[in-house]
Ligand binder design. Sequence first.
Ligand SMILES: Cc1cc2nc3c(=O)[nH]c(=O)nc-3n(C[C@H](O)[C@H](O)[C@H](O)COP(=O)(O)O)c2cc1C
Length: 379
Amino acid sequence: MATINSKLTIKKMSIKNRLVLAPITTNYGSQDGLVTNDILCFYKERSRDVGILIVEATSVQSSGRIVPGSLGLWNDSQIPGMTKLVKTIQQEGALAVVQLNHAGPRCPPDKNQKHGFSPSDVAFRPDVEPIEMDTQDIELLINDFSKAAIRAVKAGFDGIEIHGAHLYLLSQFLSPLTNKRKDRYGGDAKDRAILALEIVRKVRKELGREYPIFFRINAVEKIDGGQTLEDALVIGSLLADEGVDVFDVSLIAHGGFKVLEDNPKVTSKTLLAGSSALPKDQPSGANVAFTTAFKERIGLPVIAVGKFGIGKAAFKAVENEKIDMVAIGRQMICDPKTAQKMLAGNDKDIIACDECLKCFATIGKGAPMACKVNKNLPF
Ligand SMILES: Cc1cc2nc3c(=O)[nH]c(=O)nc-3n(C[C@H](O)[C@H](O)[C@H](O)COP(=O)(O)O)c2cc1C
């Protein structure tokens, strides 16, 4: 029986245990998408005890950043900093995976950029008008994902993760909430998957058969009309056929549409919002059943996420629920030694995250990530 301490091999990755640092946008990068000292500090502190560290959403185009200080792999000048980051992570003992992303119409506004790339016309920010992508935009995006993936390999990453979750651009193509297209990129779940499939196909072709490719996906979107588990499993099976190796199974835990009052300064009046974090009233491990469904239907290694850290949920997921790895997000922001304390059975020493969501709130305002409990960030 696998335990949280069991080793795992995925292609060339020899993973020392089942703990993963979930991708966390810190807004600690430079305005050019470069690695900074704060980035190195944050990840160094969190690399010692996890098997895999997934570096935050890293943009494949300068117009695709979640926050102004998102990391980037849209040009070659970003490779040396990333190489330093990879070495830092690996020296501390974790494998380094980088998450590749385009934030679509959720990027902060930028006067000089066509920043609102979107499948259809659903807005997420009052100040960013979504721009429906044409075929040329789509081709460019596919190429830019593959170029960023090649740069990730050059930087020495052990694997890449394509961000297809949380209603960023790829996820918007997958979701019936945001993809209303009438061309071949829209329609039923299989059609909505076409862009993601084309990206994975191109990336796989460029990186070869042996390079590990993870895909982060919403198992469900808990918003009326959102993606269902069955749709996610259909999409997941198609992605597996294209060569995805690992499913990092996340979700939209809550959200919805809101209508803004009339305001001449605001371009979009109806906004969609969705959160990847389980609300306070849901227990750790609440997402495990969705993740097990992926494992059972598709058979590939899976990562579960959702309030792991304190308590036995992570242990039970690996031992009893067919989960290969568990990712920890907020608890590792709050106490960087969470993984070490879990592995040593020192639960009572873990400094608990109080789920105040200050981490989300700070980056949402464009400020560097802060935490109410851990005043010492980036450490
Ligand atoms: C501040 C913050 C930034 C995040 N940034 C990312 C990101 O860049 N990419 C991603 O896929 N998920 C991101 N997430 C979601 C986490 O990876 C994780 O799925 C979520 O926090 C739930 O796990 P937890 O309950 O352990 O925090 C972020 C979460 C937080 C709190």
